[in-house]
Design a protein around this ligand. Structure first.
Ligand SMILES: [Mn+2]
Length: 432
């Protein structure tokens, strides 16, 4: 299909109106950072090298357990999702990767899909399997579980689906499979905790055995929902046990919304990184539960603290570059493209702030139990406005200095509302 793109002429003309101000802000920030012994250009280059994947379901409207409201011009197929992903990438320039979902995005023409992605400057990241809902026409139901179901035939159906996801991912050039299951219980006594986890391990072993040698299995834990009493892979400890049991290529994926509200996620990140089991992230934000709000919209300081741990892990030799960074959010009241642009910027911004922490002073303060000085190092970095670095990185990579402004000026959504008539509906609920 012919893809609609944001014209580079529009990006250029919009940038021209903002470039002088950006250069002024960038130079001013550069002088401030130089006083702290930091090179703004070096930080900018590291920001340019950082990317975060867009989930294919992220360009559609999501919803809640109660309702889903249609979005004008919503993508109706994986091809149209690809088109919207390219808009995010063309404007923001740090999201060249798409994390695809099967069966929502299944097409018989995976080869064509991969070629189309290349044409748009995109590629495919981790594949997400789905055994948390029944597929129309499927022989067996996941009502009482999938990989951990008491019936071996249901387990086998779920395992076969994951194997098919791997095969599809190979065709797309992916290198990882993300497995999240909704398996669990709603009532005490419903299942044997030990036996259900044993069944999970047996099933996961079969999926792991089907992984190509250069693939990673990402295990995503989640505290609750849809199961409200117990969930089989409920926390990072269970995820760590499973990943350790399976082998070196099994790792833990941390979805920021999949924890109890007061859990210290950055410490979990530090633990998993230290023992080589941190595989990647689903970035989003939340106030209460798995809210799937835009990354950094509720608690940007937490996002910064997570990246602070990643930069620390980098210094120890295992960190940012080796991880699968993905956004996982659901849009109910915003334009998904605008939300994805802002989330990708917030994530890169948290990374940029973590890069300017004075590590020597921090480590010295930690060693000397100088609590105030240690805390001040983080606060100083966090409160440094890094917007000019992000904008200059985008500009130099061909993106928009102000991505949302250019998106609105482009009329892209209005055009898609015309050529993607309502009623097609999205293929996903957008909740994982
Ligand atoms: Mn997730």
């Amino acid at each position: 299909m012919p893809f609609s793109r944001i014209s580079s002429d529009l990006i250029g003309s919009e940038n021209a109106t903002r470039l002088a101000a950006l250069q002024e802000d960038y130079e001013f920030l550069g002088r401030k950072l130089a006083r702290r012994g930091l090179s703004i250009d070096r930080i900018k280059e590291r920001v340019k090298a950082f990317t975060v994947a867009i989930p294919s379901w992220g360009v559609g409207a999501g919803g809640t357990r109660f309702a889903r409201f249609p979005l004008a011009g919503e993508p109706r197929s994986v091809w149209e999702k690809l088109e919207d992903c390219s808009v995010v990438q063309d404007l923001g320039r740090n999201t060249p990767c798409i994390s695809i979902h099967f069966p929502w995005d299944w097409t018989d023409d995976l080869k064509g899909l991969r070629q189309a992605a290349v044409q748009l400057g995109l590629h495919f990241g981790p594949v997400n399997s789905n055994t948390f809902q029944d597929r129309p026409g499927a022989d067996l139901s996941y009502k009482y579980g999938s990989l951990t179901h008491t019936d071996r035939h249901v387990q086998e159906q779920a395992i076969a689906h994951n194997r098919a996801c791997i095969e599809g991912g190979v065709a797309l050039g992916s290198k990882a499979l993300t497995v999240w299951i909704g398996d669990g219980t709603n009532f005490p006594g419903q299942q044997d905790f030990t036996a259900s986890f044993d069944r999970y391990l047996e099933s996961a072993e079969k999926i792991y055995a089907a992984l190509p040698g250069d693939w990673t299995l990402l295990i995503e834990h989640k505290l609750y929902e849809p199961a409200f009493y117990s969930t089989v892979i409920q926390d990072w400890g269970t995820s760590y046990i499973a990943a350790t049991h399976l082998g070196d290529r099994a790792k833990c994926l941390v979805d920021l919304g999949h924890h109890a509200p007061t859990v210290n996620i950055e410490m979990i990140v530090a633990r998993l990184a230290r023992f080589g089991k941190l595989g990647g992230f689903h970035f989003n934000d939340s106030k209460y539960g798995d809210d799937d709000l835009d990354a950094g919209s509720i608690d940007p300081f937490r996002l910064f603290l997570i990246f602070n741990e990643l930069v620390e892990a980098d210094l120890r030799g295992s960190g940012v570059a080796s991880l699968e960074h993905m956004i996982d959010q659901s849009h109910n009241v915003t334009d998904p493209i605008e939300s994805l642009l802002l989330s990708a910027e917030a994530i890169a911004g948290a990374y940029a702030r973590a890069l300017i922490v004075d590590r020597d002073t921090l480590h010295g303060a930690q060693a000397g139990n100088d609590v105030v000085m240690a805390r001040e190092q983080l606060r100083t970095a966090y409160e440094t406005p890094m917007g000019p670095v992000l904008a200059m990185a985008r500009y130099e990579c061909g993106g928009a200095i102000d991505p949302v402004a250019v998106f609105r000026a482009s009329g892209y959504r209005e055009d898609r509302a015309r050529d993607r008539p309502a009623g097609g509906g999205a293929t996903s609920a957008g909740i994982v």
